[in-house]
Ligand binder design. Structure first.
Ligand SMILES: Cc1ncc(COP(=O)(O)O)c(C=O)c1O
Length: 400
């Protein structure tokens, strides 16, 4: 028998956390309401990041709580393979109605990471289904974050998330990132310089030949790497190059989806339509894990071929379209609509921009960037101690 006591913090291996540091000085959140957490000491903590960019409707929304409670009583689980339940179909239809015309079908997952791996697999299988199976290369971008599955870290570009995990997927290449502080520091909104970095995709196409490339995946606004906005005209150029060469364009909208920029998705904000959109987080307001991949009609229709009794895509998860998550998703979409939350995000964006940029000139602030309701304040590192200053700032905010 284990000699670990129930209240011991040792047993839980915390994700993306300095475990020993945390366990010697824990920060325990015990409840949440609106935009605040309450911690174990009874303090109020402003949730300035909406959880992990996921609680877009705020905490403790009664409509979501009620829908989840009702659903778990009525139908707690239903297999998604060869069977269905009504709410997941309704949710898919509601999401496609929010997306640009032509992005008409949604495949459900349980997280952003699974959504990314799903989208990459669909891209490969799509080209094969079209008889173009030599298109196996996937192109990501330096500093990209696409979750932690092997597909996601392969196309991702954050060295710490990649270096310990072997050779990763073969046949992946990366475009350069678009963070140009020497030209774009303290930009308000979309930065002016750097659209030409999209042309690096042309160089990669020339190197490998378009006939070997399946898809390009980017975050329209990169989040986890420290927030990088696309330079003016950059996404349009990527779209054009992909079109020229028959390459699928995937927008990873796991953080930009569901109102972060004051529009339903970043595709609306930028007016650039990808072939697939990955989503998660705000889909259920962070309440119940759920992700999804929206795909174009062209992609879906390509799979709907062959004998009708055959499974068209050998992919899916036990919890794909879980009834409780689907109920949470529907109630979350109701909150966004009924409370006009995307419009409110849009209305607040100017105020937010002025507020974050008012910190210019504060000690150690070397850049401030913003878009929609995203704001990043970059602090100069302490020499020889990467991340130490940011962690110090984080602790000060937590203890406020
Ligand atoms: C752009 C992007 N893609 C994928 C993910 C992974 O999502 P998850 O942690 O739900 O697997 C994240 C998470 O932050 C993300 O920001």
């Amino acid at each position: 028998m284990s000699n670990i006591t129930p209240n011991n913090l040792d047993a839980f291996w915390m994700p993306f956390t300095a475990n020993r540091q945390f366990k010697s000085n824990p920060r325990m959140l015990v409840s949440a309401k609106g935009m605040h957490y309450t911690n174990a000491e009874g303090g109020q903590v402003l949730d300035g990041t909406a959880g992990l960019w996921c609680c877009n409707a705020g905490h403790g929304q009664p409509r979501i709580v009620e829908a989840v409670t009702r659903q778990i009583t009525e139908l707690d689980y239903a297999p998604a393979f060869q069977m269905g339940h009504p709410k997941v179909f309704e949710l898919a239809a509601r999401i496609s109605a929010m997306l640009p015309t032509g992005l008409d079908h949604v495949f459900f997952t349980n997280s952003g990471s699974e959504s990314v791996d799903t989208a990459l697999k669909i891209a490969l299988a799509y080209h094969r289904a079209r008889g173009d199976g030599a298109r196996t290369r996937l192109i990501g971008r330096e500093r990209g974050y696409h979750g932690v599955g092997f597909g996601g870290i392969s196309v991702g570009g954050i060295v710490t998330n990649r270096k310990n995990f072997g050779t990763l997927l073969a046949g992946v290449d990366h475009m350069p990132h678009t963070h140009l502080p020497e030209k774009n520091a303290f930009s308000r909104g979309i930065p002016e310089y750097g659209a030409e970095l999209a042309d690096e995709l042309e160089r990669i196409v020339t190197l490998h030949d378009a006939s070997t490339i399946a898809a390009v995946i980017v975050e329209p606004v990169a989040g986890s790497t420290g927030v990088i906005m696309p330079p003016k005209g950059y996404l349009e150029r990527l779209r054009k190059i992909c079109d020229t060469h028959g390459i699928l364009l995937i927008f990873d909208e796991v953080i930009t989806g569901f109102g972060r920029l004051g529009t339903a998705f970043a595709t609306d904000y930028f007016g650039v339509k990808p072939d697939m959109i990955t989503m998660a987080k705000g889909l259920t307001g962070g309440t119940i894990p759920m992700g999804g991949v929206a795909v174009s009609k062209e992609i879906y229709d390509t799979f709907m071929n062959g004998p009708e009794n055959m499974i068209e895509l050998f992919h899916g998860y036990t919890y794909s379209g879980h009834p409780v998550a689907a109920a949470a998703g529907l109630a979350t979409l109701d909150c966004y609509k009924e409370d006009g939350l995307f419009e409110r995000a849009n209305d607040l964006a100017g105020y937010w921009e002025d507020a974050v940029h008012s910190l210019k000139g504060c000690p150690h602030v070397i850049d401030i960037r913003n878009l929609g309701l995203i704001g990043a304040i970059e602090l100069e590192s302490i020499p020889g101690k990467p991340t130490a200053r940011a962690f110090e700032a984080f602790l000060k905010c937590y203890l406020q």
